[in-house]
Design a binder for this molecule. Structure first.
Ligand code: F4J
Length: 440
């Protein structure tokens, strides 16, 4: 048949008009032309927030990261770098996929695929059963993501549980890594600052810039070893996550044992020193109470990740070849979900994990590793709100008050708000679990 009957043509035209009406405009669209916010906030951080949204034309749900262009805080070049990283990671199954982005007058909108299971630790604490085999799969996924990033010349440097999202609502694995957040508060740090490391006055009085810096894209040839050093920081972080996954508490803790108020957020020099010493010494323990049933292979892998000497630490590909990853863990139920539920605040554990990693990196830097764009940051007194300032290095010895009044670009973080409220094994209420809210 050469042609269609007129009624057929009329039908086709009608169908085309109908389809046309539904088709999304191709040019000049804004975020709001294509997506509708549902009002559910999925996450909030110094970068802005992540909201749930729906594509108006397909009805498919997404997560949108909204970053306001706040003068002095927002950096367009960092925003574009973040987008570029996502572009370099397209198709990688364990890194969240950026679907599209919009630059508008006052905001950037980054539309991501939706992860139905939400943040990893939130997911695990809701479960009745979480096994070594599942933990092994999570670590395999993360090592795969790191292997890809490192292969692209990108070091994450802020790997922490809240940047790990579960794809499905009914299983903790697979997981995907998110948050290539170059735009968060410490954006004021200018990497063109002179890269010199001040020696600390006192054991841990100064910390390196990694504490506040987030990601590093190092497209250089890595002549100075900076990239390989930063890659190894990611592997240390992976070790911390693995430890937390297997028991539900952090590997490093400090507690003087008296009722000093430390766990209520008050100041205790003794606790502070113990914590820092514990991190610095890397004194890793596997208390029998929660670790007796955990396989020797799992402990072996943690022991090869939480090594102080970053050169001796495994790299991402070696993790992928480790027996605990290759053969998977056993199917024994872990105590992680109930231990996580006993934490006063899961968020605080996550924050602690990232702070602990930062301190570890600072300590490593102290012993002479290569650091880019070093800034000295004095560990604040517990009551102080801290200012991180990208001033010339001479300014780093300013008192907190002087730093506060500095006119230079800066951002504030209440260090102790984040640092203190975590639970160590000593602080867990191990006798009771009244607050169980398991749903699976
Ligand atoms: O780039 C990001 N920075 C934070 C962040 C959170 C980023 C991407 C995605 C984030 N969160 C989520 N993304 C997709 N689905 C979700 N949180 C809960 N479900 C999610």
């Amino acid at each position: 048949m050469l042609g269609n009957s007129s009624s057929q043509i009329a039908e086709i035209m009608k169908e085309r008009r109908r389809k046309k009406k539904k088709r999304a405009p191709l040019v000049g669209s804004t975020f709001a032309d294509l997506y509708k916010l549902t009002g559910e906030t999925l996450g909030e951080g110094s970068y802005g927030k992540v909201e749930n949204c729906v594509n108006i034309y397909t009805g498919i749900e997404y997560a949108v990261k909204i970053i306001e262009k706040i003068p002095g805080l927002f950096s367009r070049s960092k925003m574009l770098k973040e987008i570029e990283i996502y572009h370099l990671c397209r198709g990688q199954q364990n890194i969240i996929q950026l679907i599209e982005f919009f630059e508008e007058t006052s905001c950037f909108f980054l539309v991501f695929e939706k992860m139905l299971g939400g943040p990893l630790l939130d997911h695990i604490q809701r479960r009745v059963c979480f096994t070594e085999a599942e933990a092994s799969r999570v670590i395999q996924d993360l090592a795969g993501a790191l292997s890809h990033l490192h292969g692209q010349g990108i070091a994450h440097r802020d790997l922490k549980p809240d940047n790990v999202l579960c794809v499905n609502s009914n299983s903790p694995c697979p997981v995907k890594l998110c948050d290539f957040d170059l735009c968060s508060a410490p954006v004021s740090i200018d990497t063109s600052c002179t890269p010199t490391l001040l020696s600390p006055v006192g054991s841990l009085e100064y910390m390196a810039p990694e504490v506040v810096d987030t990601f590093l894209i190092d497209y250089d040839d890595d002549d100075d070893g900076t990239l390989s050093y930063n890659k190894k920081c990611d592997l240390w972080s992976l070790g911390v996550i693995m430890y937390i996954l297997l028991c539900g508490y952090s590997p490093f803790a400090g507690n003087c044992g008296s009722d000093c108020g430390w766990d209520r957020g008050e100041s205790c020099t003794d606790c502070q020193e113990r914590l820092f010493t514990s991190i610095r010494e890397g004194s890793l323990v596997f208390p029998d109470q929660h670790w007796a049933a955990i396989s020797p292979q799992a402990k072996d892998l943690i022991g090869r990740l939480l090594v102080k000497d970053s050169e001796a630490r495994l790299d991402a590909n070696q993790v992928l070849g480790h027996p605990w990853i290759l053969h998977g863990g056993n199917s024994n139920s872990l105590m992680t979900p109930s231990n996580l539920r006993r934490q006063t605040s899961l968020k605080d554990l996550e924050d602690f994990a990232s702070r602990a990693m930062a301190v570890n990196r600072a300590v490593e830097d102290e012993v002479g590793k290569v650091v880019t764009a070093s800034l000295a940051i004095r560990v604040p007194l517990k009551s102080e709100t801290w200012s991180i300032d990208c001033s010339p290095l001479s300014c780093s010895s300013l008192s907190p008050a002087e730093q506060m009044s500095s006119k230079r670009r800066r951002s504030r973080v209440n260090f102790w708000d984040k640092m203190n409220k975590f639970c160590s094994i000593d602080e867990l209420d191990l006798e009771s679990d009244f607050f169980s809210k398991a749903i699976t």
